[in-house]
Every structure is written in C-alpha cells, then in structure tokens.
Design a protein around this ligand. Structure first.
Ligand SMILES: Cc1cc2nc3c(=O)[nH]c(=O)nc-3n(C[C@H](O)[C@H](O)[C@H](O)COP(=O)(O)OP(=O)(O)OC[C@H]3O[C@@H](n4cnc5c(N)ncnc54)[C@H](O)[C@@H]3O)c2cc1C
Length: 393
C-alpha cells in the first residue's frame, strides 16, 4: 500500500490547515456558530472534495475529504461537524438518491455553503433504532405532508434545507421509512436550540414539523426505501466523523507534547519522567492507528469498493482514541488540564460526541462483531453505492 497523499490531496490538506490556523484558531475560544467561517469553507472548496465541478466540487475524492476534516478538527472539532451536513449526509445523499430537479436545486447551494442543511434522523423514541421513527410522511397525490418531532439535529435551527426521515406506516418498521428533502422556510417548521456539553460551533435543535410540505420530486430513493438511503448516508457521514475524531486526538497529542516540553517539576521537564513518556507513546500509537483506519475507509470509498465494515472499525477506533487521548492530555496537564485557560478541557468535552454521533460506539461494535461472527455481513451489495462523481463528469 502507498500511504503518501497525492499532490491534489496534499494541496487540500495545506489549504485546510492554513485556513484553520489563520481564521479558525483565533476565534475558537468563543465556542459559537460562525456563519462567516462556514461561508469561507464553502468558498475554499473544503466541502466539495467528493463532488464533481458541476455541483461546485473539486472531485478530489473521499481521502481528501477525510484529510480536510482532520485538519479542521485539529483546531475546532465543533466546526468539523459542518462537514457531515454541508458535504456528506445532506448533499451527497441527494447526489446519490435524488431526482435531477432536486440535485440541481440543492447540491451546489450546500457544497458552496450558500445555503445550510441538516439531517433529521433522531426522534425522542428513535435514536439507535431508526426503524422506530414515528414522524409521518403522507403521500397527498401532488405533494408529501409531514408531521412529527425530531431531536438532536445539528444545525437544525440554521438550516435552509433538511433531509427528513419519516414513515408512511410505523407498523412496517424499516420498510415504511422514506427520506424527503424539506425546505425549512415554511410555517409548520419550528425549532428550539438545545444546550449541550461541547461541539458548540455546531448548534443542536429540537424540531417540530406540523403539516410541513415537500414536492414529489424531493423524495430520495424509493417510497419505502428510506432505510437504505439512511444507511448509505450514515456510511458517508462516518468518514467525516472518524476523521474528526482523529483530528481531535491529534490536537490532544499536540497539546500534551507542548506541555510536557515546558512544565518543570523536581527540577526537570516532566517529559523526562518515564510515566509521562509512556502516556505520550500511547497517544502516538492511538493517533497513528486511527489515521490508517480512517484513511483506509476513505480510500476504499474512492476505489468504489464496499467500506461499511471498514468505516465502522475506523469510527469506533478513532472515537475511542479521541476520548482516551483527551483524558491523557488532561492528565499530562495536571491541574492546568482542568483550567478554562487551556484548550484540553474543550477537547475533553468535544471528544464524547465521537462515541455517540453517526452510530454509537456500541452500534459500531455490533456491526463489526456481527460481521466477524458471520451473523450479518456488513459489506452487503445493497449498501455499495458507487461514488457517482466520476460517472457524472
Ligand atoms: C452532538 C450531537 C449531534 C447530533 N446530531 C444529529 C443530527 O444532526 N441528526 C440526527 O438525526 N441525530 C443527531 N444526533 C443524535 C445521535 O445520532 C443519537 O444520539 C445517537 O444515534 C444515539 O441515539 P440516542 O441518543 O437515542 O441513544 P440510544 O439509542 O437511546 O442509546 C442509549 C445507549 O444504549 C445503547 N444501545 C442502544 N441500542 C443498543 C443495542 N442494540 N445494543 C447495544 N447497545 C445499544 C447505545 O449505544 C447507548 O449507549 C446527534 C447527537 C449528538 C450528541
């Protein structure tokens, strides 16, 4: 295997790194949503790696997308969450499953960040179990009518366009699910922001949908095929999430190395103590292992090869690595790890998301174990949707 990044991917990495250091780092302590930064990311093409030029993308691919997510997360893990929304689970899902009118109307606007999106899976009674979704989607002949409630929706309060997952018959479980693009600028769409522990550059909202309408051309995939749409969307989203976990783990390592090289105790830099060295070595190994797993999953996606299993392994491992690295970075900082003056307390708060979002650590372990035990193969043909951007050119 060749682990070198191509020239194009390395250039995207450099662009993302420079942007993160110059524009994001000086304002990261504000811990708030910054529309101007999201717009700049769109203008720089950071959301467009996996999209063809006709949709405002660069066609650089999923590995480039992963590398860009890592660089942004290394500075602001919360801002990295925007990649799920502005690149993977909204526009990429529309590119894979949408009608031509929907593709033309929504993809470029999202990839360039002219408009904002959100993805609405979760509900009060449906988290890991998406087949329990209760939001109703009714076919009214010339339009769809949607009623229900969603929770934990990243950018829910800001979004112009949403992909809403609902059911036409809850008794059918996953076979009743449908996915529809909804424009949020209508009376029945209301949101309320939810306070949370970390990841604050991406606000979260509860959403109520009361007689919300969507045109027929906004159905994604088949009527009753929403579960398959959701599974492919989550696979793509896991590339962003695992890359974000990796970037955050790297930030923890960077901070720990910096502090160990400055802090003196017992007349020595603390880096001289073997127990501190052991912690640093553990962090390095976790970060590097996570990086290879994440990049393998992204690379498989670029080769149009199945990657559901591999991205689950990457997401599980990188998520755990981020949480462990945040704990170890705090430990190396001693009391300063607990201080609001240092970035590690934010890393610690942000890291926990990576064990929850886009499928919890347990759900990743179920998928991986079911595959290993021969109970359910993860890389099944129906989950292999080719990267269409090459075909579209
Ligand atoms: C910061 C943040 C952003 C989010 N953004 C979005 C978003 O944009 N859109 C969206 O739709 N959702 C979003 N979510 C919601 C997220 O996807 C859910 O929180 C996640 O899927 C878990 O669902 P739940 O919280 O209902 O937990 P539950 O499913 O209730 O799980 C509770 C616990 O039980 C475990 N568990 C559940 N089922 C099993 C099982 N079969 N075997 C073993 N253990 C199990 C879980 O692992 C977990 O530990 C976000 C969440 C967070 C925290």
């Amino acid at each position: 295997m060749n682990f070198d990044l191509s020239e194009e991917t390395a250039a995207m990495q450099e662009t993302a790194r420079r942007f993160a250091l110059r524009e994001v780092a000086p304002r990261v302590k504000e811990e708030s949503f910054k529309r101007d930064l999201v717009s700049q990311m769109g203008e720089l093409g950071l959301f467009g790696c996996a999209f063809p030029a006709r949709y405002g993308g660069t066609g650089a691919g999923f590995l480039a997308h992963a590398v860009v997510c890592e660089e942004i997360s290394r500075v602001d893990s919360g801002l990295r969450s925007l990649f799920n929304i502005q690149a993977m689970t909204v526009p990429y899902t529309i590119m894979e499953w949408g009608t031509e009118p929907a593709k033309g109307k929504y993809i470029q606007a999202l990839v360039t960040a002219e408009k904002l999106g959100c993805t609405c899976f979760s509900e009060p009674n449906a988290g890991s179990d998406l087949a329990a979704i209760e939001t109703r989607i009714e076919d009214k002949g010339d339009h769809y009518l949607i009623n229900g409630a969603k929770t934990w929706i990243s950018n829910g309060s800001m979004a112009d366009f949403a992909i809403v997952y609902g059911t036409f018959d809850p008794g059918l479980r996953h076979k009743g699910l449908c996915a529809v693009v909804v424009e949020t600028d209508q009376p029945g769409w209301s949101t309320r922001e939810t306070p949370k522990l970390g990841d604050k550059s991406s606000p979260i909202a509860e959403i109520t949908l009361e007689d919300v309408r969507a045109p027929k051309e906004n159905l994604l995939g088949q009527w009753g095929g929403g579960f398959t749409v959701a599974m492919t969307a989550l696979d793509r989203g896991r590339i962003s999430v695992s890359s974000g976990a990796l970037g955050l783990a790297q930030a923890c390592l960077d901070a720990a190395v910096l502090y160990a090289n400055q802090r003196v105790q017992f007349d020595k830099l603390i880096r001289e103590f073997q127990l501190v060295k052991g912690t640093i070595a553990e962090m390095v190994a976790q970060v590097e292992a996570a990086r290879y797993l994440v990049r393998r999953a992204a690379w498989l996606n670029d080769q149009d090869r199945p990657f559901t299993r591999e991205v689950a392994v990457a997401k599980y491992f990188a998520g755990e690595a981020a949480v462990k690295a945040a704990g170890m970075a705090m430990e190396i900082h001693g009391g300063m790890g607990y201080s609001l003056e240092m970035p590690v307390e934010r890393y610690y708060r942000d890291s926990k998301l990576y064990q929850v979002g886009e499928g919890t650590a347990n759900i990743m372990r179920l998928l991986i174990a079911d595959d290993a035990l021969g109970i359910k193969k993860a890389n099944r043909p129906r989950l292999h949707v080719p990267s269409q951007f090459r075909d579209l050119e």
